[in-house]
Design a protein around this ligand. Structure first.
Ligand code: UD1
Length: 430
């Protein structure tokens, strides 16, 4: 298994290209199930999760081709993928594939909408919390599907097709909003989704669906209105930049000091993160090319906050902020409201010298003057990268084990950081 070795203490200076968003690319790939025509996606990040979803979609009969590079295109621009689901070969998503990646559960809605049936394994537990799917199932039932749970599988049927419905979610769920949206575009009649998640990645999927012929109003708001159509056609769509990757590198720059341009980052998607960085004493400028982050000498100020659905501070940046605050000049209180168990990074950050105390859903982070390198273990995607942030500022050497978690969501992390002067090396495992 690969490991990453970081020797801390170097300031970051330079440019970090921001990749396409994992959390948009995955549902966009799943959207291809809704049409027999070809969906061409560009700026697709090269990530382990994308490759895993590719295997799952191929199992359903989707042909996937990666287009060759066009003249002038660089490796930094992501892949162009052509996905064609001319016929759906199999409406079953088996346990051994779904259990490896939760997002693959989202095939349920499109398979039901296109084929009138789907059998999808329940995703099972997850390191960051229980993560139920009851709201996904409720949305499918509202749209007229009959749902049964049998032997760990959701068996959904809508023999006469899905029907438009009024769906009101009790809480904001990214996954359930994707499911309801992807299913309702091919339902018969009108659907309203109230209390929908308004994350930019959902807006990106909705915009792609519109290019494919779907009729959707209220994109980027909490109320989506969909008028069902009988079929969708092919389209071309570019994946939005990854706001979580951008937020993560912003914190790397804030942690080490220096001056970094996050090329192609979209400041419009990063309002809460930019506010927090500024409160922490890190300068943030929006430029034509992206976002510039710099801190020259000044102390890091403590920032207290709750994670929230968009446009609030994202749960996917909570661990990274905790790493940053571990060296702030004072105490920060960070409350996790989306997942009940998303604090595995606390014990690992403590190995580097962070002083963090958990009180239920809130972490009390008492800033320390210095961190020191140590062997640590990656536990989930965002937790792992919080260890990278801490290690960049820690004295001496940190060895991060189990980096396959990082590879799920960060494209060429060590290259991007090394190019800005960090001492980061991947050590290939046997
Ligand atoms: C969540 C995050 C998303 C992040 C992703 C991976 C939010 C609102 N969502 O999305 O930003 O990228 O994790 O870290 O910040 N829930 C139910 N029943 C359901 C579905 C969800 O009770 O059927 C609950 C979850 O347990 C959670 C909350 O609703 O407490 C939000 O879940 P949801 O947004 O669906 O999770 P993800 O789609 O995984």
């Amino acid at each position: 298994m690969d490991r990453i070795r970081i020797r801390g203490g170097n300031r970051l200076n330079g440019t970090i290209p921001i990749s396409g968003a994992k959390n948009a690319a995955l549902p966009l790939m799943i959207v291809s199930l809704l049409t027999p025509e070809t969906l061409t996606l560009s700026n697709v990040p090269r990530l382990a999760d994308v490759r895993q979803l590719q295997r799952i979609l191929q199992n359903h009969g989707v042909d996937i081709m990666v287009a060759g590079k066009r003249p002038g295109q660089t490796a930094k621009q992501g892949d162009v993928k052509q996905l064609s689901a001319r016929t759906i070969a199999d409406t079953t998503a088996p346990y051994d594939l779904v259990s490896k990646m939760r997002a693959s559960f989202w095939v349920l809605g499109p398979l039901l909408a296109r084929c009138g049936e789907a059998k999808v394994s329940l995703p099972g537990g997850c390191a960051i919390g229980t993560r139920p799917v009851d709201m996904h199932l409720l949305a499918m039932e509202k749209l007229g599907a009959e749902i049964e749970i049998e032997n760990g599988y959701v068996i959904a049927k809508a023999k006469r097709g899905l029907k438009g419905a009024h769906i009101r979610f009790d809480k904001v769920s990214v996954g359930a909003t994707h499911a309801a949206l992807m299913a309702s575009v091919l339902a018969d009649g009108d659907t309203i989704i109230e209390n929908a998640a308004s994350e930019p990645e959902i807006g990106d999927v909705a915009e792609c669906l519109v290019k494919m012929g779907a009729r959707i109003e209220g994109i980027h708001t909490a109320t989506l209105k969909i008028r069902g159509v009988t079929s969708l056609h092919g389209a071309e769509h570019s994946v939005i930049p990854d706001r979580i990757e951008a937020g993560t590198y912003a914190m790397c720059a804030g942690m080490t000091g220096g001056d970094v341009l996050l090329k192609d980052a979209n400041a419009g998607h990063l309002g809460s993160v930019i506010t927090v960085m500024r409160r922490a004493g890190v300068a943030v400028d929006q430029t034509n090319e992206g976002i510039r982050i710099y801190r020259n000498g000044g102390a890091l100020e403590p920032v207290s906050l709750d994670t929230e659905p968009y446009p609030g501070f994202p749960t996917d940046c909570q661990a990274q902020l905790m790493a940053l605050m571990s060296m702030a000049d004072g105490t920060s209180m960070i409350r996790e409201t989306i997942f009940e168990n998303r604090f595995m990074h606390v014990q690992e950050l403590a190995r580097l010298g962070a002083d963090i105390h958990l009180h239920g859903d809130t972490a009390e982070v008492r800033g320390v003057k210095k961190l020191t390198g140590a062997p640590v273990m990656a536990t989930d995607l965002r937790a792992s990268v919080s260890l990278v942030i801490a290690a960049l500022a820690a004295e001496g050497e940190t060895m991060i084990n189990r980096v396959y978690h990082l590879d799920r969501g960060f494209e060429t992390l060590e290259e991007k950081l090394s190019a800005c002067g960090a001492d980061v090396t991947r050590i290939s495992g046997t």
